[in-house]
Write a protein that binds this ligand. Sequence first.
Ligand code: NAD
Ligand code: HSO
Ligand code: ZN
Length: 431
Amino acid sequence: MPARLDIGDDGFEAAFARILGAKREVTAEVGDAVAEIIAQVRADGDDALCALTSRFDRFELTKEALAIGQDEVEAAVRDCPEDQLEALRLAASRIEAYHARQLPEDARWTDEAGVTLGWRWTPIDAAGLYVPGGTASYPSSVLMNAIPARVAGVERLVMVVPTPDRALNPLVLAAAKLAGVTEIYRVGGAQAIAALAFGTQTIAPVDKIVGPGNAFVAAAKRQVFGHVGIDSIAGPSEIAVIADGGNDPAWIAADLLSQSEHDPSSQSVLFTTDAAFADAVEREAEAQIEASPRGRIARAAWEANGAVVTVRTLGEAAALSNRLAPEHLELAVEDPDALLAQIRHAGAVFLGRHAPEAIGDYVAGPDHVLPTARAARYASGLSVLDFVKRTTVTGLTADAIRAIGPAAATLADAEGLPSHAQSVRLRLEQG
Ligand SMILES: NC(=O)c1ccc[n+]([C@@H]2O[C@H](COP(=O)([O-])OP(=O)(O)OC[C@H]3O[C@@H](n4cnc5c(N)ncnc54)[C@H](O)[C@@H]3O)[C@@H](O)[C@H]2O)c1
Ligand SMILES: N[C@H](CO)Cc1c[nH]c[nH+]1
Ligand SMILES: [Zn+2]
């Protein structure tokens, strides 16, 4: 059973501590194991990728087979059922339309001192796209990674994906073709992150690594950050649902389990004002887990990290949810917009009883690569902005440097940096 809490009995702080304590995403052992894997890839390159693939993904990989070529992609597309390709095309066009609105604009103006100022946005050259695939396959994550990168104008889109037991869902390759991925490698886990960051004989390094993954992938992204850029920590999936008693318990149970079934480390939390409704959701969840082919993973996550919390008011639920800063938050209440006004920290919010989180996973349009482990306190989901950088622009005429140069020279003197002062004063004296 998930943790059952009553904020009236347990109090706010104790309830929060128990929800948080239920989940330990990155243990020291994971961090140490990942550090070893990264060191191995840096030392042995492709040989390490092949050895680690044999160890973690249980098949013999040769260096020659690391890259997935065009022929394999075309054959995979032919293997996909037409209804799946059709659904993928709908998802891709909605995701592209949403992300196209995020493209930022350059700016340029001349201020009252005659100084020309502004900024320019330019794409990164090469993006590494991690597509998870250990216990499920994620064609949708191919689109969510690659489409914002392509919209931003990134030239090299380098996708890595694990193929456990040598298996790969052909729809993953169809999604890569649809989204314009330029290179694909069959390698996953921390070893794939290390290869993207540091390069191997076969895989040229990238500038930034994005994408979701399990605790090993999330820890690896943390460890390579600084050598390359990363998006945010998009680790094991999470959902919080704030629901009043006016919902169908079966719908809410399914919403909670939709994230529990991703990974035994996933977390699903229900906040409700109605204790009888909470009981009904727990019963429904049990029945749905029993009936699900992925019930083993869902049960592990639901029992270890799940929580059902009864609150006295929706405001109390909003306050607890803000502390948790969940990846996904459903507001299954009569007036979701009124409650939204009280929400400050969440990766993605779903409004109303007919907006299940799963729609956001596939076809709504916003990105499903979202911050987890409370990172939504300071980070946002993947977007076009992750693939561009802003360069500032400054231009001065002789009149402009006369207007603001003396203050710069004074500050350079104050900092004890004479060459700085000189570079300004020479222009003031001779300009
Ligand atoms: N936050 C998000 O935006 C988001 C989106 C989609 C999926 N997800 C998450 O992605 C994850 C997918 O996980 P997954 O496991 O199916 O695929 P994955 O690709 O993330 O991980 C599989 C890899 O993990 C490595 N691994 C497994 N056990 C290991 C061990 N003991 N030591 C070292 N490495 C090991 C292997 O190399 C394997 O290839 C889930 O946690 C899911 O919730 C998150
Ligand atoms: N819920 C995941 C993000 O946490 C994304 C996903 C892909 N497929 C199904 N779900
Ligand atoms: Zn999901």
